[in-house]
Design a protein around this ligand. Structure first.
Ligand SMILES: Nc1ncnc2c1ncn2[C@@H]1O[C@H](COP(=O)(O)OP(=O)(O)O)[C@@H](O)[C@H]1O
Ligand SMILES: [Mg+2]
Length: 547
């Protein structure tokens, strides 16, 4: 039935091989796990190098060859993308579940039994997890702890207190809490500026715009100023280009040149008069501004900030909540927004406009200081995932304890549940419980503790039922994680568990690999020719060349 040269493999061999591939991905990210994780320096051919210990960053940037390696890596990346964390947990858990089931496979268990057992275990974990989480009385009091746990082991580990304060302050600055519109937290912009220490990073209760000096005499300090946001540009259409109103001037005397300049000034000022008459002190212009307009603005004591790439301009509009006027002949006072303070000054080596104190700002910004470009990229990514975690947490404020406590409780419950199952799936559920215990064991191992001793100690503490015990990654011992404040949002945990089970089940479902034979050179050439001359390819070429 299949073409000559095609190979098929046995289910058992296939699964064993696939589990090895998954273990390979786990081994890649395992050293990065937990508060004592190691960093990876990833060098790229394009020069976009980065330093990280976040498996989300690593896996979303490197290319894995095997499709199942991509499935596992994708599960981790998806977990982090949708929950703001938990990527390493996902990969480790998926791989440990599969490895635990591998021993059953070798004993003769059928993949269908493993699949059924896995599904049973997953629904049990979902059921019990709500008993292992709680709703804090004041969610904002937990935000700091969540950020600190999330930053444990990252490049910001030593500055986690500063950044947990920064994140809290940023959340409080936006109106997200008041209006319960938590999506606003996605608009918080993270900017970075070299020089100074990371500890000098701060929340800008408005915006910080890095812009070159536009005119030496332009006013640079304002108190209680009024701001206008203009969409478009303050200049006449340029010569050249494809506009139908292309003009050509030939000037043959200084007088005529002077006349041309005067008429340009007259035209621009008559067009822009309304904009300047409305009482704005600072005008933000999306695109370019003609030198004539700059001179005019200076003469009227108005500052202009220009040239914004589209995402930054959208952010400015959302932050200021101003009406971005595009027809500047029709500007009125109601289009203005007030800002308490605006200063143009040097931060590090660059000039920045810092505008702070908007009434009811839609968002705010975080200005990260530091000495290293590699650090900036990572800080930006880390803060973005912290804001995502906090946004989802505030929308559904449920937390649980980390340090392996949650996983130990889940494992204990799964073992108890397994005893109630009389079929073969009982052993599968027990094996899944074992996989959950690998999380505290890894945390113990990376903290330099003996993993078996730790596991035994944690099991006996659970039996006693006193305290919330887990691995203290910083103190490198077993402690009460509630007292240490190792708190994690429930959505991160549940997303990691869901993604891990889904990935493990996908791998278990693959029962057959069909390897197509390698094509000969002539066959490959033939296929390429056919592809190039296919009707779609021809249509694409026609579109490209406008035929
Ligand atoms: N101070 C700490 N002590 C012990 N465990 C911690 C501490 N901080 C975080 N953890 C644990 O580290 C794990 C998260 O590690 P992390 O490297 O961030 O992985 P992920 O990519 O899955 O978020 C969680 O299980 C969390 O409970
Ligand atoms: Mg994390």
């Amino acid at each position: 039935m299949l073409p000559e040269g095609t190979k098929r493999e046995e289910v058992k061999d296939t699964l064993t091989q696939h589990i090895e591939i998954v273990s390979g991905v786990r081994d890649l990210v395992k050293p990065c796990f937990g508060p004592n994780g190691m960093y990876k320096l990833v060098l790229s051919e394009t020069g976009a190098n980065f330093l990280t210990n976040d498996s989300f960053t690593i896996l979303s940037r490197i290319k894995l060859d095997h499709p199942l390696a991509q499935v596992i890596a994708g599960a981790g990346v998806d977990a982090a993308r949708s929950a703001g964390g938990g990527s390493t947990t996902t990969i480790i858990l998926a791989s440990e579940i599969l490895n635990a089931l591998l021993s059953l496979l070798k004993m003769g268990y059928k993949p269908s039994t493993l699949l059924k057992g896995c599904t049973l275990a997953y629904s049990r974990v979902r059921k019990t997890s709500s008993c292992l989480s709680f709703v804090p009385e004041d969610p904002m009091s937990c935000v700091g702890q969540i950020v600190e746990t999330s930053l444990a082991g990252t490049l910001l580990s030593n500055s986690r207190k500063t950044f947990s304060r920064v994140v809290r302050e940023a959340v409080e600055t936006t109106a997200a809490l008041k209006t319960r519109d938590f999506m606003r937290l996605d608009d918080i912009y993270v900017r970075s500026q070299g020089g100074g220490s990371v500890e000098e990073s701060r929340v800008v209760r408005g915006m910080a715009l890095m812009r070159e000096p536009i005119h030496p005499s332009m006013p640079t300090h304002f108190k209680d100023a009024r701001l206008l946001v203009v969409k478009g540009e303050f200049q006449l259409p340029k010569q050249g280009g494809r506009q139908p109103y292309d003009h050509k001037f030939s000037v043959d005397s200084p007088e005529r040149y002077g006349k041309l300049l005067r008429s340009k000034r007259q035209l621009l000022t008559s067009l822009l008069g309304g904009t300047f008459d409305c009482g704005a002190d600072i005008i933000i212009v999306e695109k370019g501004v003609d030198e004539v307009v700059v001179d005019y603005a200076v003469s009227r004591g108005v500052a202009i900030i220009r040239r914004f790439p589209p995402p930054e301009f959208e952010h400015v509009v959302r932050l200021t909540r101003a009406t971005a006027v595009s027809d500047f002949r029709d500007v009125s006072e109601s289009d203005l927004v007030s800002v308490e303070k605006a200063d143009y000054s040097k931060v590090g080596d660059y000039w920045w406009w810092v505008l702070e104190g908007f009434q009811d700002p839609g968002s705010c910004e975080v200005l990260v200081r530091g000495s290293d470009q590699l650090l900036f990229d990572e800080v930006g990514r880390l803060l973005k995932s912290c804001f995502l975690q906090v946004r989802l947490f505030l929308a559904n404020p449920r937390v649980t304890y980390g340090g392996g406590w949650f996983e130990m409780k889940v494992a204990k419950d799964l073992r108890g549940h397994a005893r109630t199952i009389s079929s073969r799936e009982q052993t599968v559920v027990e094996k899944v419980a074992e996989a959950f215990e690998s999380i505290p064991m890894l945390l113990a191992e990376s903290s330099g503790l003996d993993k078996v001793d730790c596991l035994t100690a944690l099991r006996s503490r659970l039996r006693d039922g006193a305290g919330i015990y887990g691995v203290d990654g910083r103190g490198r011992r077993i402690s009460d994680v509630r007292k240490l404040g190792v708190v994690e949002p429930m959505h991160v945990k549940m997303q990691a568990i869901q993604s891990a089970f889904e990935a493990a089940i996908t791998v278990l479902r693959v029962d057959d690999v069909i390897r197509l034979r390698k094509l000969s050179k002539e066959e490959q050439y033939y296929i390429e020719r056919v592809e190039k001359t296919s009707p779609e390819a021809t249509r694409k070429l026609q579109r490209e060349y406008g035929i």
